[in-house]
Design a protein around this ligand. Structure first.
Ligand SMILES: NC(=O)c1ccc[n+]([C@@H]2O[C@H](COP(=O)([O-])OP(=O)(O)OC[C@H]3O[C@@H](n4cnc5c(N)ncnc54)[C@H](O)[C@@H]3O)[C@@H](O)[C@H]2O)c1
Ligand SMILES: [Zn+2]
Length: 294
């Protein structure tokens, strides 16, 4: 499959169906998704729908896909109107994440994956934040001590697994995994996907903390801690000014993380205490976007 979010479309899924049919693939077969989160999401959706569903194995090869995209059974593709607007819940029969695939991952992609590791720490695992603060986690250094990276990846996976097992179809608590993503998806989309998913999430985490503090849910110190962590990880904090706050706000309207026409945000009361709300005034969101734009 061609690389890149711009190929996470129905056309690519159609291409997979054509190739499966041409190869005589039937319902006894198993589809293996070998690649990053884009491949995992597209392939998962193809496996969920081809002949009403065939078995799927996820073999994530990017850090982001290992700690997040390959776990939990969400699959899907984008529409021009927005990200992940078509999809299915499709639990893989197995997920095989092998860190031996990571040395060829471009360093910027490794860095982007760390944004989801940080997100999992913020949602439910303060010890992950402590580890991120104590170690050096750029790609070359992390590769030199694989056992440390392996245990960090494992801890990040455990957060996602626990949340998903509690609420596989996102009736409630699973939505906290979208921390930073209402902002992040809008940033990705308005940038024309020139900003990576993990980079959008990084900016989105700062925005979610800023919004949480503005609305009185947490102390401004939380935003500072997140910013320091992102700096350590070489992730972006600020939203490029080319992405106008009004355009970002409009893009959030097509995000599916909304309920009954209202935008939904995941906010923080503190570390390990995320909650979902649709009681966020437009003015507060716009003010956060303006404040973080540079
Ligand atoms: N389904 C979910 O629950 C879920 C969760 C988080 C993110 N996602 C989705 O995942 C996608 C982002 O995933 P990503 O960050 O892995 O991006 P990606 O799949 O685009 O991979 C990033 C780049 O790295 C390359 N690559 C991957 N593994 C490599 C390796 N081992 N060696 C060399 N190159 C390699 C890819 O070809 C690509 O160019 C987004 O579409 C996002 O929406 C889904
Ligand atoms: Zn994500």
């Amino acid at each position: 499959l061609p690389a890149g979010e711009q190929h996470k479309t129905l056309a690519t899924v159609r291409d997979i169906y054509d190739q499966l049919l041409a190869a005589g693939f039937d319902r006894q077969g198993t589809v293996v998704a070998l690649g990053g989160g884009v491949v995992g999401d597209i392939t998962g959706f193809a496996a969920a729908t081809y002949m009403r569903g065939v078995d799927l194995v996820q073999c994530p090869t990017s850090l982001l896909a290992m700690v997040d995209a390959s776990i939990g059974g969400k699959s899907g593709v984008d529409l021009p109107q927005g990200k992940n607007l078509v999809g299915a819940f499709k639990q893989p029969v197995a997920v095989l994440a092998d860190l031996a695939t990571l040395p060829t991952l471009p360093p910027a992609e490794f860095v982007a994956g760390m944004a989801e590791v940080l997100k999992h720490g913020l949602i439910a695992a303060p010890h992950i934040l402590n580890r991120l603060e104590q170690g050096i986690w750029d790609a070359p250094t992390a590769m030199e001590s694989l056992p440390a990276l392996q245990s960090l990846v494992t801890e990040a996976i455990q957060v996602k697994r626990d949340v998903v097992q509690d609420d596989p179809f996102e009736q409630g608590r699973r939505a906290v995994l979208n921390l930073g993503h209402t902002f992040g998806h809008a940033i990705e989309q308005v940038s024309g996907y020139t900003i990576r998913h993990g980079e959008g999430v990084a900016m989105g985490l700062v925005a979610a903390a800023h919004l949480s503090a503005t609305l009185g849910h947490c102390s401004p110190a939380l935003q500072q801690r997140i910013e320091q962590l992102l700096q350590r990880l070489h992730l972006p904090l600020k939203i490029p000014s080319a992405l106008a706050p009004e355009s970002l706000y409009q893009a959030m309207g097509s995000d599916k993380k909304k309920a009954a026409g209202k935008l939904r945000f995941v906010l923080l009361r503190g570390i390990g205490d995320a909650f979902v709300t649709d009681e966020v005034p437009e003015a507060a969101v716009l003010s956060t976007l303006r404040k973080l734009s540079h």
